[in-house]
Design a protein. Structure first.
Length: 279
């Protein structure tokens, strides 16, 4: 059976970055695994009058939200890598003993290698080198995810344990954001406020010439939106996900983009099917 492993930083990342793609492949019978590095312990807390009281158990809450979101998307194989949310750069959370950002690199890669060897996916996704917008855990997903893709067959760096066998996935993609889509959103927001002229260039998103693969996931928009809303603590009542018009929401969420980094099988990187030519 075709298999895909998607590596993410925090609960909700799986839905916002590729919820449509996950739902698409799950609906086709592809074996989909979502691996999340942390449980989002350092995130904001919305829609909870008891925010101060639940802060110590926020990781439990956000893990439950992710599992619920993945069920909406049709994904039932969810793994957590066991690290703590590192917070934004320069915050005390960066220095927590269990933070993903501060993790020993080879140990973190080894943890993901073990999951890859157990699931034996053909396609693996991580993040682009900037982690989309520079969050330390997102950057670490890029580093660890890319290294684990190439490390999973390497028994020198990562000796096999027990019945484990080395495994080389066939294709690696980086999930990313489209710079032109962010530009369009900023232009629309400026127009809504009656501001003339071109808004400031976004500081995140991948330039169009570096994007290889664009996927129209509009058929799964409702499911993707519903999955996002299960992350209740992440989106305030006035957040974009709850207040944006359906037309704007579709323009923001209906396309998911990737950079094909490596493939054992030749083929057109622009093919929207991430498994094209693999079986």
């Amino acid at each position: 059976m075709l298999g895909r492993l998607a590596f993410h930083a925090h609960p909700d990342d799986e839905s916002i970055s590729m919820g449509g793609t996950l739902a698409d492949y799950a609906s086709r019978g592809v074996s989909v695994t979502v691996v999340t590095a942390t449980r989002g312990e350092a995130g904001e807390i919305h829609n909870r009058p008891d925010a101060d009281e639940v802060r110590p158990v926020l990781g439990d809450i956000r893990e439950a939200e992710e599992r619920a979101a993945c069920r909406v998307l049709g994904v039932d194989d969810v793994e957590f890598l066991g690290y703590r949310d590192s917070g934004m750069m320069g915050t005390p959370e960066n220095h927590h003993a269990d933070s993903f950002w501060g993790a020993d690199f080879m140990e973190a890669v080894g943890r993901l290698v073990r999951v890859i060897r157990a699931r034996r996916p053909l396609v693996v996704t991580a993040y682009d080198p900037f982690g989309g917008y520079g969050h330390p855990d997102h950057v670490q997903v890029h580093r660890v995810g890319t290294a684990a893709f190439f490390g999973s067959p390497d028994v020198g760096r990562f000796p096999v344990e027990g019945d484990e066998e080395p495994w080389q996935p066939a294709r690696l993609y980086w999930a990313t954001w489209s710079r032109e889509r962010l530009r369009r959103i900023r232009r629309e927001a400026s127009a809504d406020r009656g501001v003339d002229g071109e808004p400031e260039e976004p500081g995140s998103g991948t330039l169009p010439e570096h994007i290889t693969t664009r996927r129209d996931v509009s058929r799964f928009m409702d499911r993707k939106h519903a999955a996002l809303l299960t992350h209740d603590t992440q989106f305030a009542e006035d957040s974009w996900i709850r207040t944006m018009s359906e037309e704007r929401l579709r323009g923001f969420l209906a396309e998911e983009v990737f950079v094909r980094v490596f493939s054992k099988v030749p083929g057109d990187p622009s093919d929207a099917d991430l498994f094209a030519g693999l079986g």
